[in-house]
Design a protein. Structure first.
Length: 256
């Protein structure tokens, strides 16, 4: 893809700078004041304001001033839960990594995908490599399965109706009947495991996190190479993961 013209990038940068001038103190600002603060011509500021208002990022106030628009508040509302989740989860995740010496992950459910939003790597030489933002089929991960198991029955039915099974390994579940049976088991016990279903040589155990309204919002897991995943070890990790999920849930409840 060709590089964008410098004027186009400057316009984006100036629009971002303009939006940042609004604050709790400066809720409404006029064209002249914004032009002075940004060091731009009033005609340029007029064009930026008009474009941002068309996109609902700004709205026109009384006397020709502008204030932040509804789209900004909608964006803020979508970010706030993840910020609160990060703050509530990271100390407990650090404790879990210290207790296990393994990779600890935090994931949310997006459709039929498990999306990793936080990750603390194992200090071991042999460890699980991935990155924040990675998406995996929810049916192949411990975090994804525990989140699917927490869905209301009608919501789960709707998602499974549109499900296209993926099979990254021979152990992945692709049969809807088997998946439903496994999800019922997970819902009953409160945690899920991944037995080399997303990647050969890797197992994990995950547990559900609920917010202050007792709604499922995320899941935390420990991922372990099979070479370090003996039965006694995984029983211990299961207890640690479920305790960690409870701690994060309680922290989220205190924030509401």
């Amino acid at each position: 893809m060709a590089d964008r013209p410098s004027w186009e990038l400057n316009s984006v940068r100036n629009a971002a700078r303009l939006l940042k001038e609004f604050s709790v103190v400066d809720r409404e600002l006029g064209v002249a004041e914004l032009a002075r603060r940004l060091g731009l011509g009033t005609s340029t500021v007029h064009r930026l304001l008009a474009t941002l208002a068309d996109e609902r990022l700004l709205e026109r106030g009384p006397g020709g001033t502008y204030r932040l628009g509804l789209a900004v508040h909608e964006l803020g509302a979508s970010v706030a839960p993840h910020v609160g989740l990060h703050e509530a989860a990271m100390p407990a995740m650090a404790g879990l990594r210290h207790a296990t010496g393994e990779t600890v992950q935090l994931a949310v459910l997006d459709g039929m995908d498990s999306v990793y939003v936080e990750r603390l790597e194992s200090p071991h030489t042999v460890r699980i490599f991935a990155r924040v933002g990675t998406r995996l089929p929810a049916t192949t991960t411990s975090t994804g399965k525990v989140l699917l198991a927490a869905l209301a029955p009608d919501e789960l039915d709707a998602r499974l109706a549109a499900w296209t099974p993926e099979r990254p390994t021979p152990h992945s579940i692709t049969d809807p009947v088997t998946l439903r049976r496994r999800l019922r088991e997970i819902a009953d016990r409160g945690w899920a495991d991944n037995r080399e279903e997303s990647r050969l040589g890797v197992v994990s155990v995950g547990a559900l996190i609920r917010d202050g309204e007792r709604e499922p919002v995320a899941a935390v897991s420990v991922a372990v190479p099979v070479t370090r995943a003996g039965a006694a070890t995984m029983r211990r990790y299961t207890a640690l993961v479920t305790d960690t999920a409870d701690v994060i849930s309680r922290r989220l409840m205190l924030r509401t």
